[in-house]
Design a protein around this ligand. Structure first.
Ligand code: AMP
Ligand code: MG
Length: 350
């Protein structure tokens, strides 16, 4: 299959809107279109068509028990897809949609089991990106869309990343340039008595507390060693976002972190060893390929480049990758969650 790329600017010209309509037609005909959102690129198909969902799983090589997030462009779609919707869901949607928050609710029968990996719940979100919203509107159906990467690889944050993973496997890529946030949406489950964060993202715990009195966290988020309990988001049990080389995260006091990474890096051949750091520390490393991911003064600069940097590690053929940990009040939880997954939990505390 030939994959067509259509460039779309954020202002969306008339000609570009025609491309978006074309993408909508592909969806209605059962095809697949990758599209930009504010978080990462999504791989979209008709959420109401079980064959389209099956194609998404096949294109990604994704295990079929890992449900897809359903993307909507207006609030009416929410009521069509979910039942017994609690007031809290409307309050969260009013405050954060369109935006990087996914809400898990009880599903209506209109959504096939294939889309939700057999669960009786559905994860729904309205993305904050005009190209995405126009695309969903023109498709005239809700769009099931996981991240547009091959299963297990880092998510995609540019159309080129999508092309690298999925060309020949999907019908079209809407190229809206690099995304803003760079890590996937926060997932909050509202099907229990108390809201539970299943995956951290840009909308953090403090922000959710503007609406919810209490917010719980899925137990497996903070303790990856718990193999006796299953994460409530099935996707969180898989190794994810990982480069091919061995990724190790070093966490702790800044000075000791630099010392430890320099020591670890020197154990390997310099040509296949990388250090991932920030503006603040980049001059303190002098061995291996030193990559600056952003600045600690702006956590968005780090989340924005995270997957691109992890992908570059593969492009450069790096076998050993040492990376500083990133904690901050806004995005730290989301970034560290992805780094834990990408490293298979390999974190050294100094
Ligand atoms: P991705 O599309 O790659 O961002 O992955 C979607 C994530 O949402 C995966 O971790 C899924 O397990 C999770 N997810 C989707 N639907 C549900 C649901 N109904 N209940 C819990 N988690 C879900
Ligand atoms: Mg994914």
């Amino acid at each position: 299959m030939d994959t067509v790329i259509r460039k779309i600017s954020q202002d969306i010209t008339q000609q570009e809107y025609e491309y978006i309509k074309e993408a909508g037609e592909i969806i209605r005909a059962g095809g697949l279109v990758a599209f930009p959102t504010e978080t990462v690129y999504g791989l979209g198909g008709n959420a109401l068509d079980k064959n389209a969902s099956a194609r998404i799983y096949a294109a990604k090589g994704r295990p079929s028990d890992n449900p897809l997030i359903v993307h909507i462009s207006d609030m009416d779609m929410l009521d069509e897809l979910a039942k017994d919707i609690p007031e809290q869901a409307y309050a969260l949607a009013t405050l954060f949609w369109p935006g990087p928050l996914t809400i898990v609710l009880k599903k209506k029968d209109i959504i096939p089991d294939e889309t939700t990996g057999g669960l009786d719940t559905v994860a729904i979100r309205m993305p904050d990106n005009d190209i995405a919203l126009s695309f969903i509107k023109e498709a005239k159906v809700p769009i099931a869309a996981p991240s547009a990467n091959l299963s297990g690889r880092p998510s995609t944050t540019t159309a080129l990343h999508v092309w690298d993973d999925l060309s020949g496997r999907i019908d079209m890529i809407l190229d809206g340039g690099a995304v803003d946030i760079g890590v996937e949406s926060t997932i909050v489950d509202l099907t229990d008595e108390e809201p539970v964060i299943l995956r951290p993202g840009y909308v953090n715990e403090d922000m959710l507390k503007q609406v919810c009195d209490t917010v719980l966290r899925d137990q497996t988020l903070d303790d990856m060693t718990r193999t006796d309990i299953k994460p409530k988001a099935p996707g969180m049990k898989y190794r994810h976002y990982a480069p091919t080389g061995e990724l190790v995260i070093v966490s702790g006091d800044a000075h000791k972190t630099v010392e430890k990474i320099n020591e670890l890096a020197r154990q390997h051949d310099e040509s296949v060893t990388a250090v991932v750091t920030t503006e603040e520390n980049k001059d303190l490393y002098n061995y291996g390929k030193v990559i600056c991911i952003g600045t600690r003064k702006d956590p968005l600069s780090i989340s924005h480049s995270l997957y691109d940097v992890l992908r570059q590690m593969d492009d450069y053929g790096m076998k050993y990758i040492y990376m500083e940990a990133f904690y901050d009040n806004v995005l730290g939880d989301a970034i560290m969650n992805r780094l834990k997954k990408a490293s298979g939990g390999h974190i050294i505390y100094v």
